[in-house]
Design a protein around this ligand. Structure first.
Ligand SMILES: [Zn+2]
Length: 66
């Protein structure tokens, strides 16, 4: 029985076994998380995280566009 965990970045369920990027679902999410704390740490003013998170259920920024 494969253990499944939720990716901290995209909240998608991913397998724990045979996953070199665990607890993340992919290297991309791993890098995004790394970038996130880097952003948090350096607090670059006026700069937004422009990475593409792919299929993301959270759409809270959609109203801020335009
Ligand atoms: Zn992920």
């Amino acid at each position: 029985m494969a253990l499944r965990v939720k990716c901290p970045t995209c909240r998608k369920e991913t397998s724990w076994d045979n996953n070199p990027h665990r607890p993340f679902c992919s290297q991309r999410c791993q890098l995004i998380d790394l970038g996130a704390w880097t952003e948090e740490r350096y607090r670059i003013p006026g700069r937004e995280l422009e990475m593409n998170f792919g299929d993301d259920d959270e759409d809270e920024d959609s109203q801020n566009k335009h």
